[in-house]
Design a protein around this ligand. Structure first.
Ligand code: ZN
Length: 247
């Protein structure tokens, strides 16, 4: 392969590496924020449940106060019962007692419902706390991996940038200019292979046989007549070229 073509292929590989590393570095804060958001979600679930438990307990305490009022009322009527003079008064008080008692029962029923509810929410809090704990560990691991990746990507970026600069000084300025011109026009892809049946692998336009013949030699800078990308040829791997017979 001509050294020029070889350098341009390497240049394109370095540019792809640089682009990818830059993209990763730029994405890093966003990926951290996404990890934090997933952690907040789990925290929020615990907070919501704790608030629900508090609400349930507050409601139960309010019912207890209400129950105490009815209990006192029942006790008071029962005391009065000992002092009544007439049958009529007695019946009236019995009626009051029955009413207060049935109100007390209703309140105690609600209290019981709140207790069962609190038990259920307490179970859900335990589950949510376990999930939060697991999520916390997961996010810690993820952040460690992200930090490691960032360091790697910064190193890759530095090395590729240095490599690119070295490659540029070793390459004919006109070739670099051609490479950059095509790369700009073609979304960074200035070089591509010719397919084995003689087409440009990116724009798929068929090459003239004489052009394809030249491309196969890999010893000159030849551009696709349609997309202007610089073409090179990758010969088939030996195994593919001569398949081993199945015994
Ligand atoms: Zn093409």
């Amino acid at each position: 392969m001509s050294p020029d073509l070889d350098r341009l292929i390497k240049l394109q590989q370095l540019d792809a590496t640089i682009d990818e590393a830059r993209r990763r570095v730029v994405e890093h804060p966003q990926r951290l924020a996404e990890a934090d958001a997933r952690l907040s979600e789990a925290k929020e679930r615990v907070d919501v449940l704790r608030a629900r438990l508090k609400e349930s307990n507050d409601a139960r305490r309010a019912l207890e106060k209400e129950a105490a009022v009815f209990q006192a009322r029942v006790a008071k009527f029962k005391d009065q019962l000992l002092e009544v003079k007439t049958n009529r008064e007695y019946q009236a008080l019995q009626h009051e007692i029955a009413t207060a008692q049935s109100e007390l029962n209703a309140v105690e029923e609600k209290e019981l419902e709140r207790m069962l509810e609190a038990d259920q929410v307490a179970v859900e809090i335990k589950q949510a706390e376990a999930a939060l704990h697991a999520r916390q560990k997961e996010i810690d691991t993820e952040k460690t991996a992200l930090a490691r990746e960032l360091t790697t990507m910064q190193r890759v970026l530095d090395e590729a940038t240095t490599g690119r600069a070295a490659l540029l000084t070793a390459t004919e300025p006109e070739l670099v200019a051609l490479y950059e011109q095509v790369a700009r026009a073609r979304k960074g892809i200035a070089l591509c292979t010719a397919t084995r049946d003689g087409a440009c692998s990116v724009c798929h336009v068929r090459l003239r046989p004489v052009v394809f013949q030249q491309v196969r030699q890999n010893d000159a800078i030849i551009q696709c007549e349609s997309c202007r990308r610089i073409l090179y040829y990758e010969p088939p791997a030996p195994a593919e070229a001569a398949p081993t017979p199945v015994s």
